[in-house]
Design a protein around this ligand. Structure first.
Ligand code: AMP
Length: 294
């Protein structure tokens, strides 16, 4: 573990050139570098990723970029919460070394014409079914960030479980020299997964929102006890809809391939549901016939 004795302000880097200069300096000093990509509006879940990065590398960069290409038409790009100063203050408090905050013209200059086309986990029929252009935008921006920074490691949350699978695949397929770490989901005291989008919830919606996690957890227990997953999932769908959600999906999948769950292998229950104007996603591990997380 790297103990950081000071909490001096992180360097705030706005350009790819400045990022590369900073990383090159650290590399000359023989230091390892970690990257934590985010869209800002930071909460303790994001900070837990940065802490994990700081435990595993000498230097930690957090990127903050609300990436327009991963939002579909009619989604919340315009209203996505932005709080750069408060974000930087939180990152200073935990001792992050640098914050990379490019603007859209740095990332997508005039004439930008290249995107990454995906198969495999990006076609699992989960988020991709409801947000058909989302992962192409995510993959393009993450590939750019990894190439710009060339970190030894990068940390992503299991909260976005399909995204983590897509990024693992992308990094392997493009021979990017970065180790990808998945970090557990941080939750509020009542079980709701922390998310920048939770601020959209009205007080009444916030009250019922933990139902998603509760239902996933209960269903995981029933399956782990050896009961029929199909029937358990049917009951879970009903409970979520009765709670006032509109369900996009609730799926029981193999944790590695995101294909159908296989008895004896690590499995995952994944959900996406809308309440009011807010779309929430969550997922939990399931012990299915003895299959546990690797
Ligand atoms: P975002 O800013 O929402 O794009 O998220 C940036 C990173 O933080 C992604 O790798 C997310 O999976 C991760 N993340 C978001 N919410 C949580 C959470 N509650 N716990 C842990 N990681 C999270």
């Amino acid at each position: 573990m790297n103990i950081r004795m000071t909490t001096s302000a992180p360097s705030v880097l706005n350009t790819v050139a400045a990022l590369r200069r900073q990383v090159a300096g650290w590399r000359r000093a023989g230091e390892t570098v970690a990257l934590v990509p985010t869209m800002g509006a930071l909460h303790p879940g994001h900070l837990s990723l940065a802490r994990l990065a700081m435990d595993r590398a000498d230097r930690c960069i957090v990127s903050i970029f609300v990436n327009p290409t991963q939002f579909g038409p009619g989604e919340d790009f315009g209203s996505y919460p932005r709080s750069l100063e408060a974000d930087i203050a939180q990152l200073r408090d935990i001792g992050v070394d640098a914050v990379f905050t490019p603007d859209a013209t740095q990332m997508y200059p005039q004439g930008f014409a290249t995107t990454i086309a995906l198969k495999g986990p990006a076609e699992a029929g989960l988020e991709d079914k409801f947000r058909p252009t989302h992962f192409s935008g995510v993959a393009t921006v993450v590939a750019k960030l990894l190439i710009q920074c060339m970190p030894d490691l990068a940390v992503f949350g299991e909260k976005d479980f399909q995204q983590l699978a897509v990024i693992r695949r992308l990094t392997a397929d493009l021979d990017l020299p970065t180790t990808i770490f998945g970090a557990p989901t941080l939750r509020e005291a009542d079980g709701l997964a922390m998310s920048s989008r939770n601020v959209y919830l009205s007080p009444e919606e916030r009250r019922v929102a933990p139902l998603l996690r509760e239902t996933l957890g209960g269903t995981a227990d029933v399956i782990a006890a050896g009961r029929d997953p199909g029937a358990a999932i049917e009951r879970a769908c009903e409970a979520i809809e009765q709670g006032g959600f509109k369900l996009d999906y609730l799926e029981f999948r193999d944790a590695a391939s995101l294909g159908p769950a296989v008895r004896g292998q690590a499995a995952r229950l994944l959900v996406a549901a809308r309440i009011g104007r807010t779309r929430l996603i969550d997922n939990v591990a399931v012990s299915y016939g003895g299959g546990n997380e690797p």
